[in-house]
Design a protein around this ligand. Structure first.
Ligand SMILES: O=P(O)(O)OC[C@H]1O[C@H](O)[C@H](O)[C@@H](O)[C@@H]1O
Length: 521
């Protein structure tokens, strides 16, 4: 299969979109449209886009843009192991970690399905032995707590997923996370733990991340200082890293599990990076269900019809909002407290992937790529920054996420409605208010409306739904990257800050760096 990688501004459909009159949500919104403007995301997850500034003409052009930019063909090439990550000359294989593939892929002589399945089996066996008390702490006590030590992609996705699912099924082991090199955070987490019954999962794909290696020493130091008879600190550590990293050579850990360089950090939640902590904390069965939901969403994303492919449609509408309507921010608002850290995961996923200025060939692009993402659960966010979303002069599209049923069967009725009903009444009220607005003679109380919204909805936040939500956004980011003709899979932009921090620590500073350092160190 041969494809052409071309910039967005060369696309005829994009040029037509620029000339097409913008549609008005207020005029378009109807119960018929709300019923019709829905696309399946897989695993029972549905994307409703009735609140977007799109009509049939615009949607036809977006379908044309998807076809012209060969988005599905490029996804298939990615699945089949093309070197899509041109910056790092790597394949992009995170779909394979959840069993989504078209053909077998071999990387460096290794069949990748066998590799990912093998590591997953090792993790499941290890987790079951920990749960059955066949594997114990070094002083002979069973583990009741697990702590992930890692940052960025080695923290955000696994943490968000653990929080999302820990109410669904009571954790087998309680999980905590240490990411920041802020000593107060590590101290805070460690102060509540019993080291004899705690297992640490050290996660670093590169095995060189300063914060993570420092936090490992921080934990080891605390364990030694605790002076517990018979405690062997490293026998309370497992590592998750890539086979080529410096950590991989260390055989002192209780066990080690591997990923490979074809999995980007921010796309690693369904690999051993998420698999280890989630299988230990929630059980292999829950992790397996999560993977099946992600796989369903990946399959749905193969559909070339935008009305049957939520990730594709969400991606294209995002490009339309960014490059035609000039909207550069997106708020992600889950009406679920369990999903409180999911917007933080999306910030890395989306902004580290698509915050680029050059195309995949290294040439500067003349249009904007990526959006800035922020979010907090509703209804809390209604009582903080929603004022801006309703009435500010700049417009921020809102991506709502909601579930018809709570995770725990313990709701109660007050003033004629349950808490769950109040939660979702607020959700639909916000979507309506943002789209339709309200005319008022008092301009201070006037709502213009025309604020785009979408809703990802499912019956309940289950492991399958969580997998599908994760994969939906991963695939959305991938399709947008293809549409903009950028490489979504490297992250050179994070290197300069790391280099300068090392200069400060090694006392190799120029005047500017030294003057800033004088303020802080
Ligand atoms: O897993 P690690 O190699 O420790 O990397 C952790 C994180 O650090 C880097 O700076 C990257 O920006 C992230 O994409 C990555 O997830």
């Amino acid at each position: 299969m041969s494809v052409n990688y071309v910039n967005l501004d060369k696309s005829d459909n994009f040029k037509k979109l620029l000339e097409t009159p913008v549609c008005q949500i207020k005029e378009e919104l109807s119960s018929d449209r709300i019923k019709k403007y829905s696309a399946s995301a897989g695993a029972g997850l549905v994307y409703n886009f009735a609140g977007k500034k799109v009509n049939n003409t615009i949607l036809t052009l977006l379908q044309g843009l998807a076809d012209e930019q060969q988005l599905i063909e490029k996804y298939k090439l990615l699945l089949n192991g093309d070197v899509i990550n041109t910056g790092e000359k790597r394949m992009v294989l995170h779909h394979h970690t959840r069993g989504m593939k078209l053909d077998d892929v071999v990387s460096e002589g290794q069949d990748m399905t066998k590799f990912y399945d093998g590591e997953k089996k090792k993790i499941y066996d290890f987790a079951k032995k920990v749960h059955n008390k066949e594997i114990l702490g070094s002083t002979g006590k069973p583990f009741d707590t697990v702590v992930q030590v890692g940052i960025g992609g080695s923290d955000l996705g696994p943490r968000a997923i653990y929080l999302a699912l820990k109410n669904y099924n009571k954790p087998v082991l309680n999980a905590h996370f240490i990411a920041n090199v802020d000593p107060d955070d590590a101290n805070n987490v460690l102060s509540s733990l019993n080291f004899e019954t705690t297992l640490f999962v050290l996660v670093s794909k590169s095995g060189t991340t300063q914060e993570t290696l420092t936090n490992q020493k921080f934990v080891l130091n605390k364990m030694e200082k605790a002076n517990i008879s018979g405690l062997v600190p490293l026998k309370h550590f497992v590592s998750v890293t890539s086979a080529t990293s410096p950590l991989a050579a260390d055989t002192n850990y209780l066990s080690s599990f591997f990923i490979d360089n074809n999995i980007g950090g921010r796309f690693s939640s369904s690999s051993a990076v998420g698999g280890c902590i989630l299988s230990l904390a929630l059980g292999p069965e829950i992790f397996e269900r999560f993977l099946s939901g992600a796989r369903e969403a990946d399959k749905q994303a193969l559909n070339s019809n935008i009305f049957e492919n939520a990730a594709l449609l969400d991606a294209l509408i995002g490009v339309y909002e960014n490059n035609v309507l000039n909207m550069k921010n997106t708020a992600v608002i889950p009406y679920s407290e369990s999903m409180s850290r999911f917007p933080a995961h999306l910030q890395q996923l989306d902004m580290e992937s698509n915050g680029k200025s050059v195309n995949r060939f290294g040439d500067r692009v003349s249009y904007s790529t990526g959006v800035s993402i922020f979010g907090e659960p509703g209804t809390n966010s209604q009582h903080s920054f929603f004022q801006y979303i309703h009435q500010a002069t700049s417009i921020i599209p809102v991506q709502f996420i909601g579930f018809r049923k709570p995770q725990i069967d313990a709701d109660m009725e007050y003033q004629g409605s349950t808490s769950g009903k109040k939660l979702n009444a607020n959700l639909v009220a916000q979507m309506t208010a943002m789209g339709v607005g309200k005319d008022d003679e008092n301009k201070n109380k006037n709502f213009d409306g025309e604020r785009p919204t979408s809703l990802l909805h499912a019956d309940q936040l289950t492991p399958e739904t969580m997998g599908a939500i994760l994969a939906h956004f991963e695939n959305k980011v991938m399709f947008q990257g293809f549409t903009w003709n950028i490489n979504s899979f490297d992250q050179e932009g994070v290197q300069l800050g790391k280099l300068l921090a090392n200069k400060v620590l090694n006392n190799q500073m120029d005047d500017v760096l030294k003057s800033y350092a004088d303020l802080m160190i």
